[in-house]
Design a protein around this ligand. Structure first.
Ligand code: NDP
Length: 257
């Protein structure tokens, strides 16, 4: 899809400013694909990782080879004070973001009786508390930009239909849907849209343990999705063309649901 110049640049007086978008968890997987796609379209991408600084640096190097630019933030989204500190510093040193893609997440699968306290806590603290920890320090600076903005969260087919072995993950991903819809209502008058993308089975490290033969039977398109396909959807939701889409959950799952 062609993106117009005005689509990714905002004007302040005579100054033309590049729109910046934070993509959490962009060291690898879906987040990396989103970062590369948005950079290609001219956004200033703020990359993020927790442990994998080297992989994030590689993503940034790829962005630079195609003429784009960005920077890397490193923090644990389950750590509230660390998240707030790093994000506030970045916004003060640079600018409030046009967009935020809340992509970082993890799964710790086990049948419910075998699900440990740590499995439950890690998944809820990262995926669901991460929503608050990342967005709370960012939202008011976004509002003060007095310009349209975009928030896109990553849920999952598991949050929509519930998945065996993922009671913790389904709970967190369903929670993200409710939180995103409520935030969409609060921010609508500020022209900041909030939407949730719900992927099915996407080819990344996260699904390396999945029994593929069994899983493919549940997917009418009979294949896993590609991170780049999710990135295409996120890119559309970031664009001006998507200005009238908010409070939605958009599935990308090969027809699973
Ligand atoms: P990956 O496991 O490939 O990558 C996860 C990313 O999240 C990494 O960049 C990782 O950083 C970061 N991350 C994980 N935990 C934390 C944390 N506590 N603090 C900061 N960063 C963290 O995942 P995917 O790309 O597969 O998934 C991306 C999103 O899409 C997730 O929210 C996932 O739940 C969702 N999703 C994925 C599906 C799939 O089939 N792959 C299906 C449905 C939803 P680092 O590299 O530093 O560890």
């Amino acid at each position: 899809m062609a993106i117009s110049h005005d689509d990714f640049h905002s004007r302040t007086g005579s100054q033309v400013m590049t729109k910046s978008v934070l993509v959490t968890g962009s060291s690898r997987g879906i987040g990396k694909a989103i970062a590369l796609r948005l950079a290609k379209e001219g956004y200033q991408v703020v990359l993020h990782c927790r442990n994998n600084q080297e992989a994030a640096e590689q993503t940034l190097a790829e962005i630079r080879t195609t003429g784009g630019d960005g920077r890397i933030l490193r923090f644990d989204i389950s750590d509230r004070s660390q998240s707030a500190q790093v994000l506030q510093q970045d916004i003060e040193a640079n600018e409030a973001y046009y967009g935020v893609i809340c992509n970082a997440g993890l799964a710790r699968d086990a049948a419910f009786p075998a699900l440990t306290e740590a499995d439950w806590d890690d998944v809820i603290h990262t995926n669901l508390d991460g929503f608050y920890n990342v967005l709370h320090p960012i939202v008011m600076p976004m509002v003060r930009r007095r310009s349209p903005g975009r928030i896109i969260t990553l849920s999952s087919v598991s949050g929509l239909m519930g998945n065996r072995g993922q009671v913790n993950y389904s709970a967190a991903k369903a929670g993200i849907i409710g939180a995103s819809k409520a935030l969409a209502v609060e921010l609508a008058k500020r022209k900041i849209t909030v939407n949730c993308v719900a992927p099915g089975l996407i080819e990344t490290e996260m699904v390396e343990q999945v029994q593929l033969d069994e899983a493919l039977k549940m997917i009418p398109l009979r294949r896993m999705g590609k991170a780049e396909e999710v990135a295409g959807l996120v890119s559309y939701l970031c664009s001006d063309d998507a200005a009238y889409i908010t409070r939605q959950v958009i599935s990308i799952n090969g027809g699973m649901l």
